[in-house]
Design a protein around this ligand. Structure first.
Ligand SMILES: Nc1ncnc2c1ncn2[C@@H]1O[C@H](COP(=O)(O)OP(=O)(O)OP(=O)(O)O)[C@@H](O)[C@H]1O
Ligand SMILES: [Mg+2]
Length: 514
């Protein structure tokens, strides 16, 4: 039995006790009344008797409350003990500062261990200049990730201090600190929600254009637009519907959208194909041009692109310098990368060409849509030019079904149209028709029955006069709007229910889930 169950039982027993006492009191008044009428006792004695019973009543009430509150008191005591046992919390100081973060980062004699008596970083000191690109290298377990975590203040140092622009990070506003430092961890976190949600996580007000821009920077936009619901496609549990490289690209995109001053990249996964890796790496160099970059890596050719290298071994800094100088020196760095250095024919700088991200956004309504002989394609006339046979596709079919992308037959993006509903009636109609072919959304006509089983929803519905059973695996795949409901079934099909078209019975069933 749980504490709350015990509490409830005691409470019920208490309630019963009072009912019995109340009944006894009524009984005494009744019998006493008869006795008084028949002159067997005096009225005063009866009143005194009832008063005595009420005297007992009071303490009993306290007694009952005491027992009822025991479980709660136990839980509170447990919490207090927990608090006492806990290590000091990372606290945000009152009047914490928000300094310029594009300033010098300094570790001064920093010592830190996760467990008392076992230091992981031992008296470490180093400085990173504003906008400098620094690689941190070293064997597994050397302490590289720990350095990153301390800079983000996931832990406080045991000794020494960490300064940004000569301000101790303990004096910097914690939220601000973590906003201004973007950290791509070794294990990117992907939430069981749409790709859009995953990219804008922590910045829910970013708009579609910003989302697309960062996804183009990390080279994942083209992959996303090919998915059935483009940016509104669910990523699956832990990102299970994405490849490891895609997961990492999405978490890089999430970091970019924050527009931080300091980037920390902790090890790009080795499970990305070399072309993607090169793409990601060159976009990292691009976007961090005017930022400070801390790059933790085991990849020589990437490390060679940094201004400086810090070599960590067993929690200490054992070598520091420009990468080419360290190779010539044949010291610890050389030893660490020996295999890769020997296999390298020539030291090659990764292609740093800065491809400007090109977004062709149309915001005005001076665009004319014409039909073609292919129902899924349209011609677009804009700025005096005619673009033929373009495929329109909703890039945010659930979260913003007004936003359309136009693609040629090779899936090259020609335009992004922010809001197609502002177009003239005729263009709008033609466009909607073609969209239907490219972003198929099934329309539910009637709902016969809805069953909720565990976390999933079973829907017995009518579509094109055919009955079908639809399974929605989690309420997260259900999107409720004012005038319609959209949902994704277990096979990733997208459905919509237009509320004004539903009969009363269907609406009543729908009430079970809305
Ligand atoms: N949360 C933790 N609790 C206790 N010990 C930890 C924790 N995280 C790391 N350590 C220990 O701290 C040491 C340094 O770990 P760290 O993650 O900083 O290494 P690293 O240099 O990033 O290694 P890798 O190249 O494998 O990522 C290791 O010995 C590790 O076992
Ligand atoms: Mg690490």
């Amino acid at each position: 039995m749980t504490d709350t169950q015990v509490g409830k039982l005691i409470a019920v027993r208490g309630e019963l006790l009072f009912l019995i006492i109340d009944l006894i009191t009524v009984f005494i008044w009744y019998m006493g009344g008869i006795f008084v009428i028949n002159n067997l006792i005096k009225l005063g004695i009866l009143v005194a008797f009832v008063n005595y019973i009420l005297y007992i009543y009071g303490p009993l009430q306290t007694f009952e409350r005491f027992f009822r509150d025991i479980p709660e008191a136990l839980v509170s005591a447990e919490r207090i003990l927990e608090l006492l046992e806990d290590k000091p919390k990372i606290l945000n100081k009152e009047n914490a500062k928000k300094p310029n973060m594009l300033d010098e980062i300094k570790f001064v004699n920093v010592t830190f261990g996760y467990e008392p008596g076992f230091p992981v970083l031992k008296n470490i000191s180093f400085t990173i200049k504003p906008k400098e690109k620094v690689a941190i290298v070293g064997k597994n377990g050397a302490g590289k990730t720990t350095i990153a975590k301390l800079l983000l203040r996931f832990y406080d140092v045991n000794d020494g201090e960490i300064l940004i622009g000569n301000i101790n990070i303990k004096d910097i506003d914690l939220t601000y600190l973590r906003e201004k430092i973007s950290y791509l961890s070794q294990e990117p976190e992907i939430f069981n929600n749409t790709i859009r949600y995953n990219i804008s996580y922590g910045n829910q007000n970013v708009n579609e254009i910003e989302i697309i821009r960062v996804c183009k920077i990390v080279n994942i936009h083209d992959d996303i637009v090919k998915l059935p619901f483009a940016y509104d496609t669910p990523a699956g549990e832990g990102g299970s519907k994405l490849s490891e490289g895609q997961r990492q690209k999405i978490s890089i995109a999430r970091n970019l959208i924050k527009n931080p001053d300091i980037f920390i990249f902790d090890e790009l996964t080795s499970n990305i194909d070399s072309k993607s890796r090169e793409q990601i790496f060159s976009s990292i160099l691009n976007i961090s041009k005017d930022k400070t970059l801390i790059y933790i890596s085991h990849n020589l050719s990437e490390v060679l692109n940094m201004d400086r290298v810090i070599v960590v071994e067993d929690g200490r800094i054992i070598e520091e310098g420009k990468p080419d100088e360290l190779i010539k020196k044949k010291g610890k760095f050389y030893e660490l990368f020996k295999n890769q250095i020997e296999n390298m024919e020539k030291i090659e700088n990764i292609n740093q060409k800065s491809e400007l991200v090109n977004l062709n956004i149309i915001k005005d309504k001076n665009i004319i849509i014409e039909p073609t002989n292919r129902p899924s394609r349209v011609n677009v006339i804009y700025n005096g030019t005619k673009y033929e046979n373009l495929m329109p596709k909703l890039l945010f079919p659930i979260s913003n079904p007004k936003f359309v992308g136009f693609y040629d037959d090779n899936f090259n993006e020609i335009f992004l149209l922010e809001d197609y509903t502002i177009l003239d009636e005729n263009s709008k109609k033609i466009l909607e028709n073609a969209i239907k072919y490219n972003s198929i959304i099934y329309k539910i006509e009637k709902i016969k029955k809805i069953n909720i089983e565990g976390g999933s929803i079973l829907l017995n519905a009518l579509m094109n006069n055919k009955e079908l059973e639809i399974k929605i695996i989690s309420p997260e795949n259900l999107f409720i709007f004012e005038d319609k409901i959209l949902f994704i079934d277990e096979n990733d099909n997208l459905y919509q229910i237009i509320l004004k078209d539903l009969d009363k019975r269907s609406l009543k069933e729908l009430n079970k889930i809305v």
